[in-house]
Design a protein around this ligand. Structure first.
Ligand code: BDR
Ligand code: CA
Length: 309
């Protein structure tokens, strides 16, 4: 079984990804950042998930703000004001660890060098902070998988070419992209190519167990938002990144390229700039995931929702 450490800002699609992790892997911890919504909500949502699956996974609260600049936007308009579709869940019982997320990332990777796959599903603030405290972190992780970026500039934020996770904290993404010699990058454009058919997804929600019931409730707001904007298909960015983390053999097409983050552009701050033509002479550190086996991705999601085979 893969051994995972997840850095995340739950978030509806984060929740699906975390349910996948519980179904298919062992989870060393959830380190939490602000992103989709504020840190108070993202930490609470992580605890709600831990309760849902009946585990005792440690939850580490991390950065409440990006490294340098205040964020220009959050994603409450998609995920709900509380990040979980404003369903109004009761206060969770699961505890928050006293240890801060960046320190927990360093400690856990020191205790288990080379064992843990780091899965980054939110802004990269905690990871960047950990790297500044200890630049040898990359040597101790088995793999890093990042959900982030828009590799040909089709972003999903107010800064058009920027994707949300990178656009929320571009400096943090810059630190991470410079520090890791190799990582898998699952970008927003890839997630759009791997949406699930709405009716098929509804069938899984109806056939699954309490996890499907839970996910059906938290995803409702986001689905309304999409319907209002005449978008079809269920897009779950973090779930796709999780599929790649759980089983790299699911990737059917990828390209290794150098990727950098724009920090200054008036219209482009937070954009992921891919050196497609290899003109900059920089090491190609990012394995850009372009296509995965959709049937296997679907099977992983169905199992996470308790849909019988
Ligand atoms: C990313 O931004 C967030 O809204 C999602 O949770 C995902 O991590 C997609 O751009
Ligand atoms: Ca996320």
């Amino acid at each position: 079984k893969p051994q995972l450490l997840i850095d995340t800002d739950p978030g509806v699609d984060d929740a699906l990804a975390i349910l996948m992790a519980y179904a298919h892997a062992d989870l060393a911890g959830l380190s939490i950042a602000a992103g989709n919504v504020g840190l108070g909500h993202t930490v609470r949502n992580a605890r709600t998930l831990v309760d849902l699956v009946g585990m005792t996974t440690p939850v580490f609260a991390g950065c409440a703000m990006p490294l340098v600049r205040a964020p220009e936007e959050d994603a409450a308009f998609v995920h709900g004001q509380d990040g979980f579709g404003d369903v109004g869940f009761a206060e969770p019982a699961a505890a928050v660890s006293a240890e801060s997320a960046a320190l927990a990332l360093l400690r856990l990777t020191r205790e288990r060098p080379g064992e843990l796959t780091l899965v980054a599903l939110g802004p990269l603030t905690n990871l960047a902070l950990a790297l500044r405290l200890d630049p040898s972190l990359p040597e101790r992780v088995a793999r890093l998988v990042v959900m982030g970026g828009a590799v040909t500039g089709h972003g999903n934020t107010g800064k058009v070419p920027a994707e949300f996770n990178i656009g929320f904290d571009p400096e943090a993404a810059h630190v991470v992209f410079e520090a890791f010699p190799a990582f898998d990058l699952v970008d927003w454009e890839a997630t759009l190519r791997h949406a699930f058919d709405d009716a098929e997804f509804d069938g899984w929600l109806a056939a699954g167990d309490h996890r499907a019931d839970f996910f059906g409730r938290i995803v409702a707001t986001a689905r309304c938002y999409n319907a209002l904007h005449e978008r079809t298909g269920l897009v779950a960015a973090d779930a796709l990144a999780m599929a790649v983390a759980l089983d790299p053999s699911i990737v059917t097409r990828s390209e290794k390229r150098a990727v950098a983050v724009e920090l200054d552009g008036r219209l482009t701050r937070g954009a992921t700039v891919v050196d497609w033509a290899a003109r900059l002479g920089r090491p190609a550190q990012a394995n850009i995931v372009l296509e995965v086996d959709q049937a296997r991705f679907a099977a992983m999601v169905k199992r996470a929702l308790g849909v019988p085979d």
